[in-house]
Design a protein around this ligand. Structure first.
Ligand code: ATP
Ligand code: MG
Length: 427
């Protein structure tokens, strides 16, 4: 847990925008000191495809947040998403060194759970303990101090493509920033918008961004499942551009202003004016026609998320329902269509001060200050990264990214060799 007075920067490198959020740890939670955003040009479907453009977006967003906070940011918790993210459940067991469980025993059993065969081109980012078992007695969440001889752990291991991680770290380094830890975006978003009792009872969260839709399930306070679907709000905009025969920029504006994801919610015959492409004159369309373009795509995205959820076997754990967040969740009708598809209670989640979070060690935003500036679903990941930084010690997995915290010019075969050496070390 971070100390009061510590300043943490969360950097959400999204497909649509880069958001930098600077927060200070206070006794009442995280006080937002600065927020900076910059359009993101160098990502496709959550993955960096242009180092230079992404570096520029990161530098601009961080500079804006630094100016607002009157603070100098040296290091960041950066988010990562994309179709390359994979999760699996693992298991570890150790004999205890003494009769009582100590920190070192927990670290050893987690190391055991991580000692699985993963391909050389992948990296473990997080190992989340789901349950400890001591001498056959399961359901233990905090084993420190308990007596026993043998300890087992069931854990959820999340991996990402090594090159995707390297590229995002490289962009940060080129922008003059060290990376404390690379954090999966679904984990961050869930930290920012879920209430403590939802995390406890079980909840699913879907963050619909521009290029990706992140899905995660929390139960008994832990993330038990995570997945990334490479489709989001951009695809809806492209459909609108094709359907209305207008430019992508106009389609984006029309979608945000008039879009609705459930045809049956459209009442009356409202008409919208759509500028033509090039010299063509503007035309008029019914708003209902716009909803007819949007609904099938939103339905497809949510059905893909539902399929992932069912295939994971975690659907039943989401007893308290579903929370939607991310920029694209703001469209009218999103909550209603999600309720139709998932047949569970759905609400929209924005980063706010979360009551009761401290009971489960969940740090949330402090009330007041600039908290209202980030009270927007598009900031779920950025705020979540700050909260993650405040609650987690940089993990061994992330600490191993240290060789990459160097200037990009120094990066070369040597760096790559050290990283692959480390990956081999965990076998
Ligand atoms: N009012 C709105 N109505 C509908 N869609 C919206 C609205 N506001 C934003 N969006 C959509 O939200 C998407 C961007 O969301 P967000 O900022 O969460 O994405 P991102 O984090 O940059 O991308 P990703 O997480 O996919 O990498 C865009 O597709 C945008 O069109
Ligand atoms: Mg995002």
């Amino acid at each position: 847990m971070a100390e009061v007075g510590e300043i943490i920067c969360g950097l959400d490198v999204g497909t649509t925008k880069v958001a930098a959020i600077i927060g200070e740890v206070t006794e009442n939670g995280i006080e937002v000191l600065g927020v900076g955003t910059s359009p993101s040009e160098g990502l496709r479907q959550g993955v960096v495809v242009n180092i230079e453009a992404t570096t520029g977006s990161i530098a601009a967003a961080v500079a804006e947040a630094e100016q607002m906070a009157a603070a100098d940011v040296q290091s960041v918790y950066v988010g990562i998403a994309g179709g390359h993210v994979q999760g699996f459940n693992s298991y570890g067991q150790v004999s205890m060194r003494s009769r009582e469980v100590e920190d070192l025993d927990v670290a050893r059993v987690i190391e055991q759970a991580k000692a699985v065969n993963i391909p050389l081109d992948r990296q473990i980012l997080h190992t989340i303990p789901l349950e400890y078992i001591i001498d056959g007695q399961g359901q233990i969440r905090d084993p420190i101090g308990m007596n026993g001889v043998r300890m087992e752990v069931k854990a959820h291991v999340l991996t990402a493509s090594l090159t995707s991680v390297q590229n995002i770290v490289k962009c940060c380094n080129r922008a003059g920033l060290e990376v404390v830890e690379v954090v999966l975006e679904p984990l961050a978003s869930s930290q920012a918008v879920l209430h403590a009792d939802e995390r406890d009872l079980g909840v699913a969260i879907i963050d619909i961004g521009g290029g990706t839709t992140d899905l995660s399930v929390c139960s008994e306070g832990s993330n038990v499942f995570t997945s990334v679907i490479v489709m989001g709000g951009h695809r809806i905009t492209q459909d609108v551009a094709h359907g209305l025969r207008t430019s992508v920029a106009e389609a984006e504006a029309i979608k945000r202003k008039h879009g609705c994801s459930l045809i049956s919610m459209i009442e009356g015959d409202d008409v919208i004016e759509v500028p033509g492409v090039g010299p063509r004159p503007p035309r008029e369309f019914k708003r209902r026609f716009l909803a007819e373009i949007i609904e099938p795509r939103v339905e497809e995205i949510l059905l893909m998320a539902q399929q992932e959820l069912l295939a994971s076997g975690c659907a039943e754990l989401a007893a308290s329902g579903l929370v939607l967040t991310g920029g694209a969740s703001q469209m009218e009708g999103m909550v209603e269509i999600a309720e139709d598809i998932f047949q569970m209670p759905v609400r929209q989640g924005v980063p706010t001060s979360i009551p009761g979070g401290e009971r489960q060690g969940v740090v949330s935003l402090a009330e007041g200050g600039f908290a209202s500036m980030v009270s927007d679903p598009k900031f779920a990941t950025g705020v979540g990264l700050v909260l993650y930084g405040a609650t987690h010690e940089p993990m061994a997995d992330a600490a191993e990214t240290a060789p990459r915290k160097r200037s990009a010019r120094e990066d070369g075969p040597g760096t790559f060799r050290r990283i692959t050496d480390w990956v081999r070390d965990i076998f």
